[in-house]
Write a protein that binds this ligand. Structure first.
Ligand SMILES: [Zn+2]
Length: 441
C-alpha cells in the first residue's frame, strides 16, 4: 500500500512541477474577481462570489467530479466538488476554503490595484491572495492533478468552497447542516511553515444594564445620597455608573480567568472578554438599544455592552457560559438595585458563535502533513490559532480539522500578497496528504 501511495505521490509531484505556473495563474484569476463579503460592502460589482464559484467549477470540469452549488445565503452559493464515494467513510477528507474577502479599505494605502492579481517578485498581489484564494487555488490544483493522473482513491475527497467565513461562517455551517462531513479536514487558510491544530472558541454576547431615568439636576444624588428623598421620590440611578462598575469588575474577572486557564498551544490571556461596543442612553428601544443617545441632560437608564469573548480550545461553550453567568449574578448580588433589576446576558449576538477546535498533535493528518513537508526539506511548527476559522464549525460536528495553507502577508490590510513558492509547495503537500490519508486503490 505505502509503495503504491509513494509512487502516486511521485507521479503527481512530477505533474505539478511540470505545470507549476498553473496554480499560480489560478490564484491570480481568483483574485481578479472581487468577492468582498456583502455584509461589509453591499455592491454587486465588488461581491461576485457566484462568479468565483463558476470559475472553480470550470477549472474542475473534465475531472469527473460531482460538482454542485447551493445557496448558503440568498444569492451566495457554496460549491461542493467530490470524488466518488468509496469505502465506509473512514478515509474521507474535506478540503475547505472560503472565497469571500474583506473590503480593500483606503485605496490610497495600496501600492498596487487591490484586485490586480499580478505576479511580481515571487508574490501574487491583491486582496484575498493570502486570505485565502491562494489556499483555494492549492486545493483545486491538488484535486485536479490527482484526477489527471487517474489515481483511484480509497476515500472520498470533498472540496468545500464556501462563502461568508469573514462574517461568521454561514457557508461552512450550511455545508455541515447539509451533512457534508468527514473524519478530518484541511482548512487551507494561511499556514506556511506552521500547522494550526487548535483554536479558541469565540462568542459574541450582549450585556444590558438597567438604571432609572431622571433629570440630570438630580444626578448628584447618585454620588451624595440625600436624607430627603421627596423630590424626586425615586432619584435617578445612572446606568453609566452601573456600567462603569461592571466594566471594572469584568476587567478583574477577565484577568483572573486568564491566569487560571491555559492551553499548551495558546498564549496566556487569549481567553479575553473584549469590550467592543458600549452604548449608554435613555429608554430601551425594541431593537435592544438605548433610544435617546443625544441628550446628556438625562441621567441614562440603559447601558448596552457588546463583548467578544474568546475561550480556550479545550473548554466548552456551556461551561464558559455558566461561569460567566455566575460572575454576573454574583456582581448583581452586591448591589440592592441590581438584586431587584439584574443585568441581562444575551448570547449568540448577531448569531456569531465559533466553537473551539482542539485537534491532537498526534492526529494522523498532522503527522502526514509534517512528514511530507519534511521530505521536501521543510520543518513544521505546530501552533494554536489566535484567530478563528471555519475549522470551528467542522470541529463541533465531530470533524478533526487542521489549518494549513500557503503563507503571505497583509491579510485584512493594504498590499496583501501570497508567496508563489509557498503556493507551489502547499499544492504538493495537499496532493500528497490526500493520497496518504485516503490511500490509493
Ligand atoms: Zn480567511
Amino acid at each position: 500500500m505505502q509503495d503504491r501511495i509513494d509512487s502516486a505521490v511521485a507521479d503527481v509531484w512530477a505533474r505539478l512541477d511540470a505545470k507549476s505556473d498553473r496554480v499560480v495563474g489560478l490564484t491570480s484569476d481568483l483574485v481578479r474577481i472581487p468577492s468582498v463579503n456583502p455584509k461589509f460592502q453591499d455592491e454587486p460589482e465588488a461581491g461576485r462570489e457566484a462568479q468565483v464559484q463558476a470559475l472553480i467549477a470550470d477549472e474542475l470540469s473534465g475531472c469527473d467530479l460531482a460538482v454542485s452549488t447551493f445557496d448558503a445565503l440568498p444569492g451566495r452559493p457554496n460549491l461542493l466538488a467530490q470524488t466518488e464515494s468509496v469505502g465506509n467513510g473512514e478515509r474521507d477528507l474535506i478540503l475547505c476554503g472560503h472565497i469571500d474577502v474583506v473590503p480593500v479599505g483606503d485605496l490610497r494605502e495600496w501600492s498596487y490595484g487591490p484586485f490586480c492579481g499580478d505576479v511580481r517578485n515571487g508574490r501574487v498581489l491583491g486582496r484575498g491572495t493570502m486570505d485565502m484564494k491562494a489556499g483555494m487555488a492549492c486545493c483545486v490544483e491538488a484535486l485536479r492533478v490527482i484526477r489527471e493522473a487517474g489515481i483511484a482513491l480509497r476515500g472520498r475527497v470533498s472540496l468545500h468552497s464556501v462563502v461568508d467565513e469573514e462574517a461568521g461562517g454561514s457557508g461552512t455551517k450550511a455545508m455541515v447542516r447539509a451533512g457534508h462531513l468527514a473524519p478530518a479536514a484541511i482548512i487551507a487558510e494561511p499556514g506556511g511553515d506552521e500547522i494550526f491544530i487548535s483554536q479558541g472558541g469565540l462568542e459574541w454576547l450582549r450585556i444590558t444594564i438597567r438604571g432609572r431615568q431622571g433629570h440630570s439636576a438630580y444626578r448628584f444624588t447618585g454620588m451624595y445620597p440625600q436624607p430627603w428623598q421627596e423630590n424626586p421620590k425615586a432619584p435617578p440611578i445612572s446606568a453609566a455608573d452601573l456600567a462603569t462598575r461592571f466594566l471594572a469588575a469584568l476587567r478583574d474577572y477577565e484577568a483572573a480567568n486568564s491566569r487560571v486557564k491555559s492551553h499548551p498551544m495558546m498564549p496566556p490571556g487569549i481567553n479575553h472578554f473584549g469590550v467592543g461596543v458600549v452604548r449608554i442612553g435613555a429608554g430601551l428601544g425594541e431593537d435592544g438599544l438605548p433610544i435617546i443617545m443625544s441628550n446628556p441632560g438625562i441621567v441614562p437608564d440603559v447601558a448596552v455592552i457588546d463583548i467578544d469573548h474568546k475561550f480556550m480550545p479545550h473548554e466548552t461553550s456551556a461551561d464558559i457560559r455558566a461561569d460567566f453567568e455566575a460572575f454576573v449574578s454574583h456582581f448583581c448580588a452586591t448591589d440592592p438595585w441590581l438584586r431587584e433589576n439584574p443585568i441581562e446576558v444575551k448570547w449568540d449576538l448577531y448569531d456569531l458563535h465559533f466553537p473551539p477546535m482542539n485537534t491532537s498533535a498526534d492526529h494522523e493528518l498532522v503527522k502526514i502533513v509534517t512528514a511530507r513537508r519534511a521530505s521536501l526539506g521543510r520543518p513544521t511548527a505546530l501552533r494554536g490559532s489566535i484567530g478563528v476559522t471555519d475549522g470551528a464549525h467542522y470541529a463541533v460536528a465531530g470533524v478533526q480539522p487542521i489549518r494549513y495553507g500557503p503563507f503571505g502577508a497583509n491579510q485584512h490590510a493594504p498590499d496583501e500578497w501570497a508567496d508563489v513558492d509557498s503556493i507551489r509547495t502547499t499544492t504538493k503537500i495537499f496532493a500528497a496528504s490526500i493520497l496518504d490519508w485516503c490511500g490509493v486503490a
